[in-house]
Design a binder for this molecule. Structure first.
Ligand SMILES: [Ca+2]
Ligand SMILES: [Ca+2]
Length: 315
């Protein structure tokens, strides 16, 4: 009998339910839509997404590779806001976009499957990318969670304090920058609202790309998640398989968790995903292993090790 250990390091101390999604954001990768966007300002075509339901928020945009107009305003990877470049989605084919500076704020609002639980701490996360058309970058994209009451009839800057806000300069026009934080719920939140909530002079504007065409900072948004920060880690249920068969370890892959999980074999990282199929006698893990018992355990960033999953390979 031989054994080895796979340790998954979970940032934010979170992991998936085996049976249900744990990211509470509806359509978190902004992929599902009624119809393809046909013009700017059509974020509401995406399931669960719109500007402010209670009024204001201007005209945030929906981008998707299904956009077919030859002007390519809302396509992926090329679109009007990327006229000098391109941007693939963080996942799949679509993302949202908002004007974040100066003066005007476009506001993106996503909805949650259920209201958050009073007193619980949640991890809030999204990925942002600066459009190649933007002369400026800023540092202060924020997330505000409430029951949908936020409104902004004058389309300037909402006078609320976001629970989570970025402080790093968001000036990557190629990769997606993770903006992440946590907050304790008041028990009423059913929407997540995203924009630059800071006044212009408090947004750390930086003349990042002087040759770009637009005197603005325009950001793409993708992969938004709100997840219970104390969700217990889970390696999977104990299982029996025959040599050559596969077993699933970890949780069902999901937006918001996949990029926070790092799987390692004997301390050597080899993949980032919430869960995966493994074949204990395959070259992926260890060609020396075939029959026996394999232990898969999960360790979070606080150092806690959770009950291992035992995969018994039957000779
Ligand atoms: Ca996406
Ligand atoms: Ca780009």
């Amino acid at each position: 009998m031989q054994r080895f250990v796979i340790i998954g390091f979970l940032l934010c101390n979170i992991a998936l339910h085996g049976w249900a999604q744990v990211n509470l954001v509806i359509n978190p990768s902004i992929e599902l839509h009624d119809t393809c966007p046909m013009a700017f300002g059509q974020l509401s075509l995406a399931d669960g997404w719109d500007t402010l339901r209670n009024g204001g928020g201007n005209t945030p945009d929906l981008f998707n590779s299904c956009y077919s107009n030859s002007n390519n305003y809302c396509g992926v990877p090329t679109n009007w806001w990327n006229s000098a470049g391109y941007q693939f989605s963080k996942d799949e084919k679509g993302y949202a976009g908002l004007l974040a500076y100066p003066y005007i704020r476009e506001i993106v609002q996503g909805s949650l499957y259920e209201s958050l639980t009073y007193g619980k701490e949640y991890c809030v996360k999204s990925f942002v990318n600066l459009s190649n058309f933007s002369k400026f970058s800023i540092s202060s994209i924020g997330f505000y969670l409430d029951d949908g009451q936020i409104s902004n009839p004058w389309d300037v800057i909402p006078s609320v304090s976001p629970q989570v806000i970025s402080y790093q300069q968001l000036n990557d026009t190629l990769g997606w920058i993770k903006v992440e934080g946590s907050f304790i719920s008041s028990g009423t939140e059913t929407y997540i609202t995203i924009t630059n909530f800071n006044q212009d002079n408090l947004s750390n504007p930086l003349l990042f790309n002087p040759s770009a065409s637009s005197n603005a900072a325009y950001y793409y948004i993708d992969d938004v998640s709100v997840i219970d920060i104390d969700l217990p880690a889970f390696a999977g249920n104990d299982t029996y398989i025959y040599p050559g068969d596969s077993a699933f370890i970890g949780r069902t892959p999901e937006i918001g968790l996949n990029d926070d999980c790092v799987w390692s074999i004997n301390g050597v990282p080899f993949d980032t995903i919430a869960g995966m199929w493994v074949k204990p006698d395959s070259a992926t893990l260890n060609t020396q292993l075939s029959n026996g018992v394999y232990f898969v355990s999960v360790r979070d960033t606080r150092g806690n090790i959770y009950k291992p999953q035992m995969i018994t390979v039957i000779k």
